[in-house]
Design a binder for this molecule. Structure first.
Ligand code: TXD
Length: 308
């Protein structure tokens, strides 16, 4: 393949992401995990599907970072997943250590790569990756908004009994309980959502979106969502490798936009070959801005307690 994507963490999200990328023939994939045999085994298992499914991408896996050299994109999913009753923030200390080690290894071998962070707590882990890599914001950002928005789009489509393809929606803010669904900007075949549903139904969709991660955790008992998260990462990887200039909500380091400085926040951005090519500025109502500020405060508190 022309491109190489590294996925660190061969667990649920990492392995499913690797599989999706390879099956689409977007890039060769290198999986790295501290559980080296797990990564090696999953890579081989996926490759043994290649003759049946007919894809030509190569997937390898192990504990060594050397094969990651020269990666176009590195996706970081390494870390602990949430257990029931555990907040994303409980993961902070442990995953900071992991991120630090992983990002150091990656950027040593791929100094020009684009880092997509997936590990929770997402917005804080993006900040860890930024500090450790020293990368500009164009090349270090996080996946959360595409997933949260996909959930919102599904719930809208379900409510209105329409195709998911007709529904556009996005979510702003941190990837946590304070995320800000934006129904005013949601559309169904171009029709604004507030024209189609009463306020109480919209609020129910917003709340289910905020609780979307926990809803899955409660079913799985062990571990958290990975089918939709890996699909969301795929969307970002494809937008970058194909230079699509696609507008997707990502956790981006704001530098004055929305009156916020030096903090990772979920905002729609334009993704292309250079990574983040533009931060989209939306006009928010006073109420939306207040909600966003609440979400920003939650991220700020987390970042403040980072030990790095
Ligand atoms: O929207 C989002 N951003 C998210 C985030 C959506 C879903 C999952 N989200 C978070 O991603 C979740 O809370 C976790 O922090 C990560 C990974 O979730 P996953 O469900 O894939 O967790 P697993 O299955 O436990 O996999 C984690 C793997 C596992 O195989 C470990 O051995 C490995 O990470 N791991 C490491 N790999 C490399 N290096 C180090 N140090 C390391 N430590 C653990």
């Amino acid at each position: 393949m022309q491109h190489k994507v590294t996925v660190v963490g061969a667990g649920n999200v990492g392995a499913t992401t690797a599989q999706r990328i390879a099956e689409r023939e977007l890039a060769d994939v290198v999986m790295v995990d501290v559980a080296a045999d797990l990564a090696t085994g999953k890579a081989l298992d996926m490759m043994e599907a290649a003759p049946v499914l007919g894809f030509n991408a190569c997937i390898t896996g192990g504990g060594d970072y050397d094969p990651t050299a020269g990666s176009d994109i590195c996706v970081v999913t390494a870390g602990l997943a949430r257990k029931p009753g555990m907040s994303r923030d409980d993961l902070l200390a442990k995953n900071t250590e992991i991120l630090k080690e992983v990002v150091e290894q990656l950027v040593k071998r791929s100094p020009e790569t684009i880092l997509i962070i997936v590990t929770n707590p997402l917005d804080a882990m993006c900040e860890v990756a930024r500090r450790v890599s020293g990368f500009p914001r164009e090349r270090v950002f996080g996946m959360a908004g595409v997933l949260d928005s996909a959930r919102m789009r599904l719930f809208i489509a379900d409510e209105l009994k329409v195709s998911v393809e007709d529904v556009d929606a996005f979510v702003l803010g941190g990837h946590g309980d304070t995320m800000v669904p934006m129904p005013r900007y949601a559309t169904v075949a171009g029709i604004p959502l507030p024209q189609l549903l009463p306020a109480d139904r919209i609020e129910a969709i917003n709340q289910r979106t905020r609780d979307g991660g926990a809803e899955i955790v409660n079913y799985y008992k062990q571990g958290s969502a990975y089918y939709a998260p890996s699909a969301a990462v795929l969307d970002m990887v494809e937008a970058i490798l194909h230079d699509k200039k696609k507008i997707l909500p990502c956790a981006v380091l704001l530098q004055g936009e929305y009156g916020i400085d030096d903090l990772f926040v979920g905002i729609p951005v334009k993704l292309g070959r250079k990574g983040i090519e533009e931060v989209i500025q939306l006009r928010l109502t006073a109420e939306e801005k207040a909600e966003l500020n609440k979400s920003v405060d939650a991220v700020k508190n987390l970042v403040k307690s980072l030990k790095l």
